[in-house]
Design a protein around this ligand. Structure first.
Ligand code: FES
Ligand code: FES
Length: 154
């Protein structure tokens, strides 16, 4: 086992993990943060997307030990109490989800996208989110939500 220390949603966490433990399973099973989903385990779907030091990563492609010393944000860390983060609010208002399985990953990938490019075009949004798959929405409302959040200064 290897000892790691990281900040998850602003809270310091110390843990012992197996060196082969993936970050996504560390978050889900050791920390109980089940909002980070596993859709494929092969880095294809983006359902496991989290922010690592502010940048979106697919947490099924990162070892927990690689996150040692880092700051992780999961979907549970975005809202302030009852107040949704602007990207979450935009997904809600623009009906950008149906089953919701892909949504945490999309929201975090979109937050990261707007940090890099605060006013993306539709093409830039589609390109920026191409690593995330949704089998329900057809993507149009997701793009609308990201545009709306960009307008709101997310
Ligand atoms: S579970 Fe990580 S990309 Fe699909
Ligand atoms: S809302 Fe169902 S997979 Fe995206």
């Amino acid at each position: 086992m290897t000892s790691i220390r990281l900040a998850v949603n602003g809270e310091q966490r110390d843990a012992d993990v197996e060196p082969r433990q993936l970050l996504v399973y560390f978050l889900r099973e050791q920390l109980g943060l089940k909002g980070t989903n596993v859709g494929c385990d092969t880095s294809s779907c983006g359902a496991c997307t989290v922010l690592l030091d502010g940048e979106s990563v697919k947490s099924c492609t990162v070892l927990a030990v690689q996150a040692d010393g880092c700051e992780i944000t999961t979907i549970e860390g975005l809202a302030h109490g009852e107040e949704l983060q602007p990207m979450q609010q935009a997904f809600h208002e623009q009906h950008a989800l149906q089953c919701g399985f892909c949504t945490p990953g999309f929201v975090l990938a979109a937050v990261s996208l707007l940090r890099e490019n605060p006013n993306p075009s539709e093409a830039e949004i589609r390109r920026g989110l191409e690593g995330n798959l949704c089998r329900c929405t057809g993507y149009d409302n997701i793009v609308k939500a990201v545009r709306a959040a960009a307008g709101a200064g997310s």
